[in-house]
Design a protein around this ligand. Sequence first.
Ligand SMILES: [Zn+2]
Length: 307
Amino acid sequence: MAKKITVSKAPNLIGRPQVYFNKEGFEAAIWAQGYDIIIERAVRCPCKTQGSDNLSSCKNCGGTGWLFINPVKTKAIITSQNSSVKFAAWSEETVGDANITVRDSDRLGFMDRITVIEGESIHSQTAYPVIYDDTLFAFLDYKPKEILEVFMFVADNEKLALLSYDEYRIDGDKIYLDDKFKDIQDITISLRYVHAPQYHVIETTRDVMVSTTFKVGETKKTSQMPISARIRKSHYIIDKENFANDYLFDNSYELDPCLHKVTVGNFTICAPVVNTTPVKVGVYNVVYDESIGKFKYFNGTYWVQLN
Ligand SMILES: [Zn+2]
């Protein structure tokens, strides 16, 4: 039997001034001041059993255990990039952190991947090119916007070889080296490049942010306010997913989150089946009738069943 919930007695509110949040104001601020970003939804890859870890050969996640689907372009406020305190120990654990605030409709979740489209970050990485399909290439942590320099290791007692622009080319997130390097054993290169900053959500610091809002002409209601999360640069979280020359499967799907569309006349709404309290569709009250498993609306005289 379900536990009986006792409801606390409300205090007397008469004569007490009350302050309410204005959700629209927060959302307008995010849209007006925010960065253009892309959010990709993180889903745990089911390529594992109870007794084993994710498959390193899995073409869905590339062995990382995560897949990123359904990219959405939206806007976000990103603040306190890196550490937000005045005096703090600087370490690998806090570097590359930032705070992000998005509208609640963007539904940010743990490990979701955020790309700041207009942003520019400089990244330095070491790559180990391999030959696959007769081309010498390596995957990079991020998709470069501009390559600043590429150095090749020669020997411990020799200067590094600085590659010129005609000795490599960039395609997406891969660097291809000239064929003349194919005969060299165990090539190691280091490169510095500009890319759009990419982050993962590591903590949803304020995912429950429900406040009472009030608008003239409407009654008071509880609204989900913009959500805030802590994000960290991608390369500190997971390795690049793909080390083979073929791409991972894209598990994104066409977004149609509305399972129960209800149309009355010219109006369509998305109604949850479990909700048996009437919802407004245009001027009509629509309600789900559990006994017949259908929606019905009141046309002023009698209830009309909907398909
Ligand atoms: Zn997998």
